[in-house]
Design a protein around this ligand. Structure first.
Ligand code: GLY
Length: 592
């Protein structure tokens, strides 16, 4: 084993400054919906959430970001479908009713517990960089990084979508219902119309200028030049047509078929910011099965998505650093927040330097989660004030390579789906088109991702390469952290959230809330957020978290209050299933 020695100190400042740039951009809006026309049981689930109560069920359960999507999945489970079948139905409806966050033009990571084998498996349906992409993709003629939204809006940021392939793969592996039947709820809603949710309306209003960059996108979200309003009935015949083609031809219609060709033509055809995605990129796309990355915490195994996501490693590192400390004083205790904040800073320092697509660059996953390494990192927390300086550590690994700190900016959007079926299979899937409304390009009634901006815009710093630089065919580093918590080989919780790089903090806090603070899942997702990503310690505005401002500042943290719109969807598996849905968004947990 080699150790990385002598990393240049000059590169340390970079990740923190990129993080500050991300901090400056407003997060995705929250908002809670009003949903007419749903059966009473679904509005009761919304009411339970409003009352702060977990939803209980005996047989199966779904927690996701929109009641229409939950209903589509629930109908599949009620008909005897598996969690895999339900996942397909939920995703295609989310792509219609919450189109800004995820869909067929994006990518996703699935963590799956297979009841028959007892295995935890992960499937990587992340977008890929086109073969023609170069490390200069997001740089100007002088080699300087483009402004974030100059890179996002248009064809340049679009990676090969992975979600259609992932859905087909999930169904082929674990589904038992006819494929076409799983797309029918999406077709019916797209043709019959659905009520625009308050959150979608708010986001359209806020993004009007960027949505106007594409005629097709503007015509859908802003018919006659006016943004759709909450409660408007919106139909999407183009999406219905896409789903009919997907039902008939499967994922081939994207990867070598007519929809794929339309995606490529749209991306390449943007006049002022074309992309380099090609039909070859579409036809060679593959879902990758990868080993789950599991980390111990309080007698449990916390299992999630390894590279190209940083999710499982960073969540695992935060929990490993906290393991030796007593957190029972709860979320309003200053020392608990000091520990959680600095554990996250340490994890983000490592993430910035080492995490990227491990098919392209060696990533020391084992070294980063090694108990001896984490014990050394945890020792740094044995103090009373904030760490004055935080930098990446030197985990053991078998490649002597030098990486500079990454500079990518991930903004919060995305969606999370948790499902448990009656056979005991568990699905935890986080799904995204990256920024809210992605690249702002629409094809076949769905939005195309801007996932390539999750790469570092710079490829090197001071001559030292950045692990998460753009390379042809590579998958951009993610923060998505779909997680299944195991105890004695059995799943006890599925959890995940949207939120860009804040996902890691949201998921870690929810696990601590359940395992350390003894909260039921609805209380756990409702705990005010305090998130540190190696920059400002973000405290959730208008909540009890801001009461920590003075104390944390006195400890040496830089502190700010802001909206922190997680979208946590959690199912705990106990004597019954307990579901929790984030009160900051429109989702519900529902089961039977
Ligand atoms: N684009 C959000 C993520 O992958 O973390």
């Amino acid at each position: 084993m080699f150790k990385v020695l002598g990393i240049l100190s000059v590169v340390l400042a970079g990740a923190a400054s990129a993080q500050q740039a991300a901090d400056a951009v407003e997060p995705e809006a929250g908002g809670v919906g009003a949903f007419d026309g749903l059966p009473a049981a679904f509005t009761a689930a919304l009411a339970a959430k409003d009352a702060g109560k977990a939803v209980l069920a005996s047989d199966w359960m779904i927690a996701a970001a929109n009641p229409h999507a939950v209903k589509a999945g629930a109908d599949v489970l009620a008909a005897g479908g598996t969690a895999a079948d339900a996942l397909v139905a939920v995703q295609v409806v989310l792509g219609l009713v919450e189109p800004q966050s995820s869909g067929l033009g994006g990518g996703a990571f699935l963590v799956w517990y297979d009841a028959a084998s007892g295995e935890v498996i992960t499937l990587d349906g992340r977008e890929t960089a086109p073969l023609a992409a170069t490390p200069r993709l997001f740089q100007d003629a002088a080699g300087e990084p483009l402004k974030f939204f100059d890179a996002v809006v248009g064809g340049r940021s679009v990676g090969t979508p992975g979600t259609p392939a992932l859905l087909a793969e999930v169904h082929a592996r674990w589904g038992n219902q006819p494929w076409a039947s799983l797309l029918q709820a999406g077709i019916d809603l797209a043709e019959g119309g659905f009520a625009v949710s308050p959150r979608l309306a708010k986001l359209v209003a806020r993004d009007a200028e960027r949505l106007a960059s594409s005629d097709v996108t503007a015509a859908y979200f802003m018919p006659d030049g006016v943004g759709v309003a909450a409660g408007d009935t919106l139909t999407n015949p183009a999406y219905a047509q896409t789903l009919r083609a997907f039902a008939l031809d499967g994922a081939d219609v994207f990867y070598g078929g007519s929809i794929g060709r339309e995606i490529v033509a749209t991306v390449q055809g943007v006049v002022d910011n074309p992309g380099v995605l090609s039909e070859v990129d579409m036809s060679i796309y593959r879902v990758k099965k990868r080993a789950a990355v599991c980390a111990p915490y309080r007698g449990h195994d916390v299992c999630g998505m390894g590279p190209p996501s940083s999710g499982a490693v960073a969540v695992g590192q935060i929990l490993a650093a906290l393991e030796g400390f007593d957190l029972s004083a709860g979320p309003q205790d200053l020392d608990v927040r000091r520990l959680m904040g600095d554990a996250a800073r340490l994890a983000f320092a490592d993430r910035g330097r080492y995490l990227a697509d491990s098919d392209y660059v060696p990533v020391p996953v084992t070294g980063l989660l090694d108990p001896a390494y984490m014990a050394e990192r945890a020792k740094l927390l044995d103090r009373e004030t904030a760490l004055e300086e935080v930098s990446a550590g030197e985990p053991a690994w078998d490649h002597a390579l030098l990486w500079a700190d990454d500079e990518s900016i991930e903004l919060p959007s995305t969606s999370h789906i948790s499902i448990v079926d009656s056979a005991g299979n568990v699905a935890s899937m986080t799904t995204t088109i990256e920024n809210g409304f992605g690249s702002r390009l629409m094809v076949g009634g769905f939005l195309l991702n801007n996932e390539l901006t999750d790469f570092s815009f710079r490829s090197h710093k001071d001559g030292v390469p950045i692990a998460n630089r753009i390379e042809p065919g590579k998958r951009p580093r993610s923060s998505m952290a779909p997680t299944i918590v195991m105890k004695d080989g059995k799943p006890v919780m599925a959890v995940g959230s949207p939120g860009g790089s804040r996902i890691i903090g949201y998921v870690a806090q929810t696990i601590v809330a359940v395992l350390d603070w003894g909260m039921d899942v609805q209380k756990a997702v409702s705990v005010p957020h305090a998130v540190n990503r190696f920059g400002t310690y973000d405290l959730e505005e208008d909540t009890a978290a801001v009461e920590l401002t003075e104390g944390l500042t006195a400890m040496g943290f830089e502190v700010g209050a802001r909206g922190l719109t997680s979208g946590l969807h959690v199912i705990a598996i106990r004597d019954k299933l307990h579901g929790g849905a984030d009160p900051r968004r429109e989702g519900i947990a529902y089961g039977r």
